[in-house]
Structures are given as structure tokens and as C-alpha cells.
Design a protein around this ligand. Structure first.
Ligand code: CA
Length: 441
């Protein structure tokens, strides 16, 4: 009894030490299938992304920013729970109507809702489509978007029925990325007087390849048709981010808002994926692989006055860190029973702590695996990435000298490979079998 009281008192103290007026708004902006090379601040030349670049310039951008899944739904499961999705069987994209984020898991929206935040999802859900898996059953007050993994951008047959507001067809008629921009701005307008959490999950730049004529005209100089459409789709997403930022500035909320931006996986560039003419250069591999091209993504965190502006940060970070970072900013203490794998970035970004939030990161995606420890990476990947079949043997790379994973050091450094394999095996003990989908591990 005494212990319980102590815990409650400590909790109250910590939570009340950040008042509602001090709680920052939190926005997670998620791009879908965006290539590592396809943002201006990474050197992209044929597609301007001024608003994404402005986030990087005003915030901290990561050179070693990762996602825990090389695929849409697993990354989202990790994002919203702060846990490696293989801990609870969400290893693959849902394969049936009943598959979705297990109810055993708590989401960032649930945590922030409990802390007094207004919560909203605008965009793609992809964590289950039954009533029990609906975003509004998983902590979101508001939902505008679609439940599945992909959606057409233009109103076509049935589309007006699958874009939902809450549970009902929204009758949407606008180009979808523009509609998501409109809804994100409207969400800020509605909740601007209280702390809010907005999860703006674009389906751009996932297939189908569809863009507006007006934007396509601006990329007439791009000869490749698919790349031209991709550029116009990227531009729409960038403009949407610009509209959201403009609204925050107009309401004087920019400095009161913590923004995360990243892509849910690398660009799909290999056969068997949703190829969209993206580029992951200088990384090798594609969406659906555990090569760097599948898991290392454009990644930015932005909070004026709280997080350094225009800083390139080289520490190891992953999207699992967003839950503990956002909750720290909101003054919500983590509970041990949540079993969060992510790490709060704030002390690292402010310089209070030195070193990297993670010494080691891990991946499991069916028969593919990877572990990164410092500069070293051991990986088993889908040989489709190089036009082959089946899985590669374990390969060892030193990313400090070989970001493109070209020189396999496995036979030269067998002790290092063994050590990494042992660390991965240890981590894997706390994973469970996939609840659906392929793969035997
Ligand atoms: Ca994706």
C-alpha cells in the first residue's frame, strides 16, 4: 500500500510539474515510400522540397535515422507503440480483415489522450480495419482518411466511400494529398487552444502514381514519366506540409509544437514492390529489404527554441523513439509495463547527454534480419534487391566506410560477425511469432 501511494505521488508530481499551458503540441508527419535521396536537404536536384527542407533547417536532421520495419504497417505499429513490432507479432502487413495492431498494445494517441491532449489522425491508418481496430478505438478523437494500405488520389468509383470522417464516408472530391492538407489545417484550427496531437500520415508518395495536371506541368523537364508523376506527388506533400506550418505560424504555435518528419520505409525500387521511381542513393536496397535502402530514411525533428536548429545529428535513432520523446515533452512518465524499446532524444539533442540514444538497433522481417552496432552492420537480406532469389548469406559491412553496403567483410572479420549474431539472437528471444503473414521466424 505504502509503495503504491509513493508511486502515485511521484506520478502526480511529475505530471503536474508540466501544466497544460506548457505542454507542447505534437505532430508526427509521415511520408509513405519516400526515397532517401528525394528531399532537397539530402541533395535532391530534380524535385524541390522547400517545406521539408525548412523543417530540417529549423530543426535537427538525422543521418542515421531508421525505421524498425521496411514496410508500411510494421513501421506504423512500431511508431505508435514505441516497441519493436516483432515483440507483439506485427511483423508484416495485415493479410486479412481481422489482422491489425493487437489490442494488447497501447498507442501514443492513447497515452497523450490520457494526458489531456486532443488527438487526431489525418491520412492512412493501415493498422487494422475492423471496428475494434478503428483509429477512434485506439486513442484518436478524430479520424479523417482511410483504413487500408494504399488509396487512389482522385475521386473515382467507390472512392468517395472509402475516405472516411470518423466511421462515415466523407464524400471527398479533392486530390487526396490536398484534402489531407486541408484537414490537418482544420484540426489545428479546431484544437488550437489546447494541447493537441496530430498524426498526419500521408499516403504520398505510395502508388498509385497519380498527380494533378497543374503540378505535372511544373516537371515537364523530367523525361521519365513515372519520375515526373512522383515529383508532382512529392510536391503536393511538400506543399501540404507548408500549409500546416503556415497555419501553426499564423496561430503563433510554431514554437509550441514538436514536429517529427520521416518516411515509413525506404523507396520501393525492386521488383515485387510498389515501385514509384524513388531513389535511395547512396544507399543500396529497397523497401521490403533490411539493406539500408529499406530502413534508413529522411528523418527530422523540429521544435524551435528547444531543439537545435539546422543541426545534423549522427547518433543512432529510430522511429520507436518518438513515443518516449513525445511523452517526455508532454511530461508523461513512462511506465515499465509499457516495455518501450525507444529512447527519449531530448537530453541527447540538447547536449545534456553525450553519445548516441542507441548503441545497437535490430531488425527482423521474416527471414531477413539486421543488426547495427556502432558502424557495424550484419544483415541477411532478400536477394531480389540485386535481381536474385532467396536470402543472402549473412553479410558484414562497416557503414562508416561503406554506406552503400558493397564490401562484405564477413570472412575477414568472423569474430565481429559472430558477436553481432549473438547480440541479435539475444534480442530475438523477446520477439514472438508473427500473428499473420509469411516467414518462419
Ligand atoms: Ca510505405
Amino acid at each position: 500500500m505504502f509503495r503504491a501511494w509513493g508511486a502515485v505521488t511521484a506520478l502526480l508530481f511529475t505530471v503536474t510539474s508540466i501544466t497544460a499551458a506548457d505542454k507542447p503540441n505534437i505532430i508526427v508527419i509521415l511520408a509513405d515510400d519516400l526515397g532517401y535521396a528525394d528531399v532537397g536537404y539530402h541533395g535532391c536536384r530534380d524535385i524541390p522540397t522547400p517545406h521539408i527542407d525548412a523543417l530540417a533547417k529549423g530543426g535537427t536532421y538525422f543521418t542515421n535515422g531508421y525505421v524498425s520495419g521496411p514496410y508500411c504497417s510494421p513501421t506504423r505499429a512500431g511508431l505508435l507503440t514505441g516497441r519493436y513490432q516483432t515483440r507483439f507479432g506485427h511483423e508484416f502487413n495485415p493479410t486479412s480483415a481481422n489482422a491489425g495492431l493487437p489490442r494488447s498494445e497501447l498507442t501514443l494517441a492513447q497515452h497523450l489522450k490520457s494526458a489531456g491532449y486532443a488527438t487526431g489522425l489525418v491520412g492512412k491508418w493501415h493498422l487494422g480495419s475492423t471496428e475494434q481496430q478503428h483509429p477512434q478505438q485506439r486513442g484518436f478523437d478524430e479520424f479523417f482518411g482511410f483504413l487500408g494500405g494504399a488509396h487512389s488520389y482522385f475521386p473515382q468509383k467507390n472512392n468517395s466511400e472509402t475516405i472516411l470522417r470518423g466511421h462515415k464516408p466523407a464524400g471527398e472530391t479533392e486530390y487526396l494529398t490536398d484534402a489531407l492538407a486541408r484537414e490537418a489545417v482544420a484540426f489545428v484550427e479546431k484544437y488550437k487552444k489546447q494541447p493537441f496531437f496530430l498524426y498526419l500520415a500521408f499516403n504520398a508518395v505510395h502508388t498509385p502514381m497519380q498527380a494533378t495536371e497543374e503540378r505535372l506541368k511544373k516537371f515537364a523537364s523530367i523525361a521519365d514519366e513515372q519520375r515526373r508523376i512522383y515529383a508532382a506527388m512529392t510536391m503536393a506533400m511538400d506543399e501540404a506540409i507548408g500549409q500546416l506550418r503556415a497555419k501553426l505560424k499564423a496561430e503563433k504555435l510554431d514554437e509550441k509544437t514538436l514536429i517529427f518528419f520521416f518516411s515509413d520505409n525506404g523507396g520501393p525500387t525492386m521488383k515485387g514492390t510498389t515501385i514509384n521511381a524513388s531513389s535511395n542513393a547512396p544507399l543500396r536496397g529497397s523497401k521490403r529489404t533490411t539493406l539500408e535502402g529499406g530502413i534508413r530514411v529522411p528523418f527530422i525533428v523540429h521544435w524551435p527554441g528547444k531543439i537545435p536548429a539546422g543541426r545534423k545529428y549522427d547518433g543512432l535513432v529510430i522511429q520507436l523513439d518518438i513515443v518516449p520523446t513525445a511523452l517526455a515533452a508532454a511530461g508523461v512518465p513512462l511506465k515499465p509495463e509499457w516495455k518501450i524499446d525507444g529512447v527519449n532524444w531530448l537530453p541527447y539533442l540538447t547536449g545534456e547527454k553525450t553519445g548516441s540514444p542507441h548503441e545497437t538497433l535490430y531488425w527482423r522481417f521474416g527471414s531477413q534480419m539486421a543488426i547495427r552496432q556502432g558502424d557495424w552492420k550484419l544483415v541477411v537480406y532478400d536477394l531480389a534487391a540485386e535481381g536474385g532469389r532467396g536470402m543472402s548469406p549473412p553479410r558484414l559491412y562497416n557503414l562508416a566506410h561503406d554506406i552503400g553496403e558493397e564490401t562484405d567483410l564477413f570472412s575477414q572479420q568472423p569474430d565481429k560477425a559472430r558477436q553481432l549474431q549473438a547480440a541479435w539472437d539475444e534480442w530475438n528471444k523477446a520477439n514472438v511469432a508473427p500473428l499473420w503473414g509469411g516467414g518462419k521466424k
